[in-house]
Every structure is written in structure tokens, then in C-alpha cells.
Design a binder for this molecule. Structure first.
Ligand SMILES: [Mg+2]
Ligand SMILES: [Zn+2]
Length: 352
């Protein structure tokens, strides 16, 4: 069906509301028209398509006026050529994180990469993966149902007591944890960052624990990639039981009791500033609901990288639909190789 150019209607937050119909090429054409309508030919679009019953977030796309070919990270639904019946797309226009580089201080030449751990670096939840060590690879019902929302660390403390009581040794746990799979493309991405540390500072902020993360990073030889790891402190007691504590106390009403990742990020940036280090751009890579708080702390020129199909992406899309989009750019990823492509662009830009 031929598409007619449409004038974007205004929304309070500056989103453009563009009617779409037809198949993927039609959608692309509309998006491209949206780009043409944009006063800057360099923009990052974060797209959400609302279907009658389901909400599909199409991955961000990034284009630059240097190279008019665009980089598309398409959702599998669109690769399959799903027909969009009748809907609207809400397009939030951000300045490209690449363009914003020029507006920021050139004295600091580093980028900060902030990684979540579970379902971001590894393709599982490390706290639930450890249950493979338990007798019959499961927890008793009473223990399973003892979790109270917002009190995960206390719950894991009880899980570790159960594992200790069941005779599970440190070596068993280590063997199990180091078999956890990395997320698609993550080994390539971390290897790339490790070889380009002059451009990137890299931290982990995670609700897992120090013992698990140390084991996994060391086994894969990735500990040099990360400058600091912020997570719940854990250790084996003299009787061989793993114990874990809350990372810190905080006042944030949105976050679990033991960890507000925004507070961690803010304190890290303040500490770096005291040392004379500020960052050209912050990229936050995560998947979970507790990653939204730090993402909302990011500024224009920074970039949030939510994993496609996971809670963080859904929450960011919901904010766009509610006309209160987050301030930073959004780049959705399915494989960490897509993140690596973006980092290569950053380095290219930095070397100009
Ligand atoms: Mg996670
Ligand atoms: Zn918080």
C-alpha cells in the first residue's frame, strides 16, 4: 500500500506520532520520513509499536549524516515480516550519542560502560543457577516460598544455609557456577573491551554476589576487563557455608532493600570526579527492572542498552508510551556483538 507523507502531530514530550500501515518496508519508509522531517539528519530513534494486544518494541536504530546507510537492529518479529494491521508508532527523537560527543568536554577521553551481570553478561540468573547444586536440583517448597519481595539477599542467605546443611561444598558450587553460559556475543564483546581499555572504563553493578562473579570472571579470564565490581559481599565461613550481605543501605523507594544501582553509579562517578576523571559518555547495559533506576539517572548524550525482550526494555518502552521518555538515547540489543559494533563506532569517532 503506498504511503503518503504525513505531518507529525505534536505531543507534550516532543514525540512524533506517525500513522503506519503495511509491511516492514512501509514502516521503514515512515521512519525514514520521520527522519527527513527531523531538522537534524542525525538522530537515534527509539521505537515502540503498539499492536492491538501485544506490545513489540522494535530495536533502536542509529544513523548518521556521515554515512547515510543505517544500522538496523530488527526484532525477530520484523525479520519474519509480520504485518502491522493498523497502529501508531511513537518516535522519540534523540540526538545521536555520537553527535553529542562534540558537545562534551574533550579533556576526558574515556567512555564508561556499566554492566549488569545476571541475564546481561551471563545468560542466566546466577542465584537460581546455584540451585543445580541442591539435592535433586531443587529447593524445598517451604524455602522457595519464603522469599519476600525486595528481600532477595536474605532469601539467598537461607538458600546457602540449606546448601551447606545438604553437604554442598565450595568446590561443587564453583564447578557449577563456572559452567554458567555467557549471553550471545558477550565473550566477543568483553574480549574487544579488554583489548581497548584505553577507551573504556568498565564496571559491574549487580545484585548477585562477589563470590559468584569472581569465580565466573576468573574462569573466563575476564577480570582485567572490569575496573570495579559492585555487588553483595559474600564469603565462605569457617564451617564452609557461603554467607552473603546487603551491598549497602539506601533511601530509594524504587529499589530492593539491599541495592540501588543509581546510588552506586552516582557514588562511583563522584569518586571518579574527585580523581579528575569524567566520562565522555556513559553506556548502561542491562536487562532487569532494577536497572531502570540507574538508567533514569543517565543524561542526554548517554545511552541505555536494554536487552531485547526483557523487563528493562519493556519499562523504557512504557515510559515512552506514557509520554515521559527517558532522557538518554536507547539502543536495544539481542546479541552483545551489536554493542561491540556501537563501541567500534565510538572509537572511530574518538580517533577523528
Ligand atoms: Mg540482570
Ligand atoms: Zn534506586
Amino acid at each position: 500500500m503506498p504511503l503518503k507523507p504525513v505531518a507529525p502531530s505534536k505531543c507534550p514530550s516532543g514525540c512524533r506520532r506517525i500513522p503506519v500501515c503495511g509491511r516492514c518496508p512501509g514502516l521503514l519508509a515512515e521512519v525514514w520520513r520521520g527522519l527527513q522531517l527531523c531538522p537534524s539528519h542525525t538522530a537515534v530513534f527509539s521505537l515502540s509499536v503498539t499492536f492491538p494486544r501485544v506490545v513489540v518494541a522494535i530495536n533502536s536504530f542509529l544513523c548518521s549524516d556521515i554515512c547515510l546507510s543505517c544500522i538496523f537492529f530488527f526484532s525477530p518479529e520484523h525479520k519474519a515480516g509480520v504485518t502491522i494491521q493498523s497502529s501508531f508508532i511513537y518516535v522519540n527523537i534523540f540526538f545521536s550519542p555520537l553527535v553529542c560527543l562534540g558537545n562534551r568536554s574533550r579533556t576526558a577521553m574515556k567512555f564508561l560502560l556499566v554492566f549488569d551481570f545476571d541475564h546481561t553478561i551471563v545468560d542466566e540468573n546466577s542465584d537460581t543457577w546455584i540451585v543445580r547444586c541442591a539435592p535433586d536440583k531443587k529447593l524445598p517448597n517451604g524455602l522457595q516460598s519464603s522469599y519476600r519481595p525486595g528481600h532477595w539477599t536474605e532469601y539467598m542467605g537461607r538458600v546457602f544455609v540449606y546448601l551447606g546443611d545438604s553437604g554442598v561444598q565450595e568446590d561443587d558450587m564453583k564447578r557449577t557456577m563456572t559452567a554458567i553460559p555467557f549471553t550471545a556475543g558477550m565473550v566477543d564483546l568483553l574480549g574487544f573491551i579488554g583489548k581497548n581499555k584505553e577507551f573504556f572504563d568498565c564496571i559491574i553493578v549487580s545484585d548477585s554476589n562477589t563470590v559468584f562473579i569472581d569465580w565466573i570472571l576468573k574462569a573466563a579470564d575476564f577480570q582485567e576487563v572490569f575496573d570495579e565490581v559492585f555487588t553483595n559481599p559474600a564469603a565462605f565461613s569457617s564451617s564452609g557455608y557461603l554467607t552473603v550481605q546487603n551491598f549497602h543501605a539506601h533511601q530509594c523507594p524504587k529499589c530492593p532493600k539491599n541495592l540501588c544501582k543509581r546510588k552506586v553509579l552516582k557514588e562511583f562517578l563522584d569518586k571518579q570526579l574527585e580523581r579528575g576523571v569524567s566520562y565522555t559518555q556513559i553506556a548502561y547495559i542491562g536487562d532487569g527492572g532494577n536497572d531502570l533506576c540507574p538508567v533514569m539517572f543517565l543524561k542526554k548524550g548517554d545511552v541505555a542498552m536494554p536487552r531485547h525482550g526483557y523487563t528493562l526494555e519493556k519499562k523504557i518502552s512504557q515510559l515512552s508510551r506514557d509520554f515521559c521518555p527517558i532522557e538518554c538515547s536507547v539502543l536495544v540489543w539481542s546479541s552483545a556483538v551489536e554493542i561491540m559494533s556501537y563501541l567500534k563506532l565510538l572509537i572511530k569517532e574518538q580517533l577523528k
